[in-house]
Design a protein around this ligand. Structure first.
Ligand code: FES
Length: 562
């Protein structure tokens, strides 16, 4: 197997059974904040333009580069699609012209023309932009795992694929924390140190768990070339900086007894056999080392090449063209109104300071209004031009644009609250209902509601819409109005798809619940807390999601900025 490193998480994998292009990223991302490091300007794009397969792990723009894909990759390529409940990635890829898709099932190997592949998909609201994934490849001779920045939970599933010869993974920071927070200097230093240590220790845990023979650090760090952000680069191996480079991680691995790491830069070609892994760089070794040992000179030159592009991008941002308060009120209030669990999770005020416009997202009243000094738990200060740009383009995931740009300042009272950030990545009803449904399924009690003589599961079996809000019932058929799926109340049978079932129980005229459920199983109360549709919000607060207890509760241990 021959693997050309094309920068960041990008690989061009050539096997005896075909080639795979993964996560090609060339154009600056996140409001011209992130650039690939080291630079991949020298990659011959024509050489990677006709892969047999394309794998885009997720929608973050340092992995999904629509401009590059549209202009440079053959649309004859078959896209390997992760098993995500929402088809946002497929839509993004169709938008840039791809039409051939190989749909995979999470953790289920598929063999195509002699190549065995498996995609492990993580689908919690906290996983990337509502989905992140890794790719396992077996060409019959060697096996690799391209984890990139995903955080697989089911390691047994990965092990079942077979022993790995090489493992590509992220080890460096890819977030705004702690730099954007208005912390005192000492605290900022301590948090930066902890974050840098934690992320490398986490990567090493994956290295040990996967147990591959060869380890290649990848998927970061990015570099920051705008003057406003230039100081975020880790110029001198600073223990407080969250963006250590590949050489730092390789040294860390060695200090922990792992000699199996390999440095690859854009253009490096690795040849993987059962006997070993040899890497050929596109330049003499001294020049490769100089990129890291004299990073300031390297980045100064890179910055000079990109200065005009950054200036042009910044000049293109709209200014003073949008009524931010009115637009965000119209956009956010209907979402907040239907975000019971998100609102309970935040249970506070979030202030957005956009220059002259300062506004509150009030998750108690579910209203958006001008800020007049009210107490808050979260405070964000943004350049209003960025908010205008998001509004004009109706960007439904602000994490994948604004927050990852690191172009903001923040304050928070108390611990990290994942619901705040998940709200900002779920700025459409479809996304929001998915997150709400995910939280509901993780809650200690599944809820039912009552309507038309039935107790009915509250979350739609399709993509988890809250049926107390989105159901329309007529002639014994429930229609979920979010995407139009229909279910027969008597049997729970789905009339739209044959593999989903709606849980229902008939209530007789005396109010007793029928002995049988729509799925034919015996009743298993007290699993459910029946409520009536009309008062479901109050009843739910009363019975299980007391906001005081629920607030800020994280769904999984990894879901922190730290
Ligand atoms: S969530 Fe899609 S039809 Fe209900």
């Amino acid at each position: 197997m021959r693997i050309t490193f094309i920068g960041h998480a990008g690989l061009f994998i050539e096997t005896r059974h075909g080639s795979i292009l993964t996560d090609p990223w060339f154009n600056t991302a996140y409001f011209a904040s992130w650039f690939p490091f080291p630079s991949n300007e020298g990659i011959d794009r024509a050489k990677i333009a006709n892969p047999d397969y394309l794998f885009v792990s997720h929608l973050h723009h340092d992995h999904f580069d629509p401009e590059f894909l549209r202009e440079h990759v053959s649309k004859e390529t078959t896209v390997l699609l992760p098993d995500y409940p929402l088809d946002l990635l497929e839509r993004g890829l169709r938008d840039v012209g791809f039409t051939k898709f190989l749909r995979t099932k999470n953790g289920v190997p598929v063999t195509v023309d002699g190549l065995r592949l498996m995609i492990s998909a993580a689908v919690a609201p906290t996983d990337g932009p509502l989905g992140d994934s890794g790719l396992s490849v077996d060409d019959g001779e060697v096996r690799i795992f391209n984890q990139n920045d995903s955080r697989p939970v089911d390691l047994d599933m990965l092990a079942d694929f077979g022993d790995y010869d090489a493992h590509f993974l992220q080890f460096s920071g890819a977030i705004w924390y702690p730099m954007v927070y208005l912390y005192p200097e000492k605290m900022m230093d301590a948090l930066g140190r902890k974050k840098r240590e934690n992320q490398m220790a986490r990567a090493l845990r994956f290295v040990k768990e996967i147990g591959a023979t060869h380890i290649i650090p990848s998927a970061g760090p990015p570099c920051f070339l705008d003057d406003d952000l230039y100081g975020f680069n880790d110029f001198d191996d600073d223990p407080k900086n969250i963006f250590p480079d590949q050489t730092v991680f390789l040294e860390f691995m060695r200090s922990q007894g792992h000699e199996s790491g390999h440095l690859m830069i854009p253009g490096s070609v690795g040849t993987l056999t059962k006997e070993g892994y040899t890497v050929e760089h596109p330049m003499p070794d001294e020049q490769v080392q100089a990129i890291f040992s004299d990073k300031r000179s390297y980045l100064d030159a890179y910055q000079a090449r990109k200065r005009d592009e950054i200036a042009a991008t910044k000049a293109s941002w709209p200014r003073g063209q949008v009524d931010i308060l009115a637009e965000l009120r119209d956009w956010f209030e209907p979402l907040m109104d239907k975000a019971d669990l998100t609102a309970a999770g935040i249970n506070s005020l979030v202030v957005l300071d956009c220059g002259e416009t300062k506004l509150v997202l009030d998750f108690h009243t579910r209203k958006v209004y001008p800020w007049q000094g009210e107490e808050y738990d979260y405070f964000f200060r943004f350049d209003p031009a960025l908010i205008e740009s998001l509004i004009v383009r109706h960007v439904e995931d602000w994490i994948n644009e604004l927050f990852l740009s690191c172009r903001f300042q923040a304050e928070r009272k108390g611990a990290y609250n994942e619901y705040v950030y998940n709200f900002f990545k779920c700025l459409s009803m479809e996304r929001l209902q998915y997150a709400e449904g995910y939280y509901a399924e993780k809650a200690p009690v599944q809820t039912l509601w009552e309507s038309n003589g039935y107790r009915i599961q509250r979350r739609c079996p399709h993509l988890k819409a809250d049926l107390t809000r989105f159901a329309h019932i007529e002639d014994g058929v429930l229609t979920c109005t979010l995407h139009g799926w229909q279910f027969e109340l008597e049997t729970g049978r789905c009339l739209t798809s044959d593999d989903r079932h709606l849980y229902t129980q008939k209530i007789d005229s005396s109010g007793a619940v029928a002995a049988a459920r729509s799925d034919g199983a015996a009743l298993t109360a007290p699993l459910e807390q029946p409520t009536t549709g009309a008062s479901i919000r109050d009843r739910c607060y009363d019975c299980w999601y007391d906001p005081k207890k629920f607030k800020g509760r994280t769904q999984k241990a990894e879901a922190t900025e730290e």
